[in-house]
Design a protein around this ligand. Structure first.
Ligand SMILES: [Zn+2]
Length: 96
């Protein structure tokens, strides 16, 4: 069964489809378990759960800052570059 499993004990939510041994999902007590089925991680977040760093990592939405850190440039550079790309796309449409 896919979906997310929240642990009310440590307030961490795991993705069951990609869970890792480090998640220790089998240590989560029944009374601490909250299921979010199917893919409603947002609901878990609203209820105060933190995505697990082992299994939900890849699904956390990427912010311009994350991109900037990865690419070793500033957030502003990315924003400007993005604006530039959008502009050039609009220009292409106008030409075509
Ligand atoms: Zn996990």
């Amino acid at each position: 069964m896919a979906g997310y499993l929240g642990n009310k004990f440590d307030m961490i939510v795991h993705h069951l489809a990609v869970m890792k041994p480090k998640c220790k999902i089998y240590d989560i007590k029944k009374q601490d378990s909250v299921y979010f089925v199917p893919d409603i991680l947002d609901q878990a977040r609203k209820e105060g759960f933190v995505p697990c760093k082992y299994c939900v990592k890849n699904e956390v939405s990427i912010t311009p800052r994350d991109l900037a850190e990865a690419a070793d440039v500033t957030e502003v550079t990315i924003r400007n570059r993005y604006k530039g790309l959008k502009l050039s796309q609009q220009m292409n449409h106008t030409i075509l």
